[in-house]
Ligand binder design. Structure first.
Ligand code: PEP
Ligand code: MG
Length: 351
């Protein structure tokens, strides 16, 4: 038995090595449709693994982890500037997306809010918390603006848990105000900051056309979007069977978000776990998603899948998936399509 496991582990390592060897090949479909494959990281020490996996930049830096690391002390402006600069310097030719603090909910809620909430996941988290605690948000915005001076338009700032146009407008006003303050202090700051909204609340997905006029990009957080659309706590094992990212309701929302972004001419990325799920790749490419951001480990497999797909075929798969009535039917259909692709992939890994 031990022998069998050793053999399996060796096979897995060989396969991983083979995939990493292909890590720097273009992420384009057989018929030349290009997508961008970026990495999700929580702290800068993960940068080398993102490079090794061939990430085209950072699609999600969960900045709250620098807060969690230094808790209960607030990371000061210089410390934050240093972290954001490290990210930008590490990817000089690509965009780096920093998500503003997504705290509250289940992350450090008690430390920040003092009093516990009865329903924290529907409470003061993400952008809501930042707007209620502007002194604490202010330090982050100043550090982001100063870091953005390292490369115009390379730093993308995205705001979590947006549910209304007003929230984005308020965040923009804060950025403008703090920009003026930094200029008055003699700091070099770019004229404009690239500002995006995370789409992870159903309300934001339903008003994606309005939001698209207010921001420079969207990034879909399917982990929370699934939780809030299906009313299923993503961390509650008792209902984990109901947590289905391939539920037809989610596919419809994704279609709506991506089309709204395309119509407004802004890029749409997806940074939830779904981006690294092989089953999701054909349908997401087919819906027109331009950027996938995932854990570095998932990148090589997704790159190979993209390269084995044709955009035409992916569009057909997506259109068919959108007609199916249940999560099970969607999953079975996608599995069947993926099996076809995988048998194909064995002989089609392009040098
Ligand atoms: C998401 O909700 O999909 C997401 C990427 O954010 P997080 O998992 O950090 O909530
Ligand atoms: Mg989220």
């Amino acid at each position: 038995m031990v022998q069998v496991y050793r053999l399996r582990a060796e096979e897995h390592r060989t396969r991983q090595r083979e995939l990493l060897r292909l890590a720097h090949l273009p992420s384009a479909t057989l018929d030349g449709h290009q997508v961008r494959l970026a990495a999700n990281i929580d702290l800068p020490h993960e940068l080398p693994s993102a490079h090794e996996a061939g990430a085209e930049g950072i699609g999600l830096f969960r900045s709250e982890f620098i807060f969690i690391r230094s808790s209960p002390r607030l990371p000061d402006e210089e410390e934050q500037l240093d972290t954001y600069s490290q990210l930008l310097d590490s990817f000089p030719d690509h965009a780096v997306t920093v998500r503003t603090f997504d705290l509250g909910g289940k992350k450090l809620a008690r430390e920040l809010l003092g009093s516990p909430e009865t329903n924290p996941v529907l409470g003061l988290r993400g952008v809501r918390l930042c707007l209620q605690k502007p002194d604490f948000f202010r330090v982050q915005i100043r550090a982001l603006l100063r870091a953005a001076a390292r490369g115009p338009e390379r730093l993308r700032v995205m705001v979590p848990l947006v549910s209304s146009v007003e929230e984005i407008r308020t965040v923009r006003v804060l950025f403008e105000r703090l920009r003026a303050e930094l200029v008055a202090e003699g700091h070099a700051v770019p004229k404009r900051v690239v500002l995006g909204a995370m789409i992870e609340v159903p309300a934001a997905a339903l008003i994606a056309d309005h939001l698209a006029r207010e921001v420079d990009f969207f990034s879909v957080g399917t982990n929370d979007l699934t939780q809030y659309t299906l009313a299923v706590d993503r961390a509650n094992e008792q209902v984990s069977g109901l947590y289905r990212p391939f539920h037809p309701a989610l596919l419809r929302l994704l279609d709506r978000i991506i089309s709204s972004g395309r119509r407004a001419g802004i890029p749409v990325s997806l940074c939830g776990e779904m981006a690294g799920d092989p089953l999701a790749v054909p349908v997401l490419v087919g819906l027109g998603l331009e950027e996938f951001s995932m854990h570095p480990q998932a990148l090589p497999v997704v790159r190979n899948l993209v390269r084995a797909l044709s955009y035409r075929e992916a569009r057909r798969i997506a259109q068919r998936a959108l007609t199916l009535p249940t999560a099970k039917a969607v999953e079975e259909y996608l599995l069947e399509q993926l099996s076809g692709l995988l048998s194909h992939l064995k002989v089609r890994i392009r040098p």
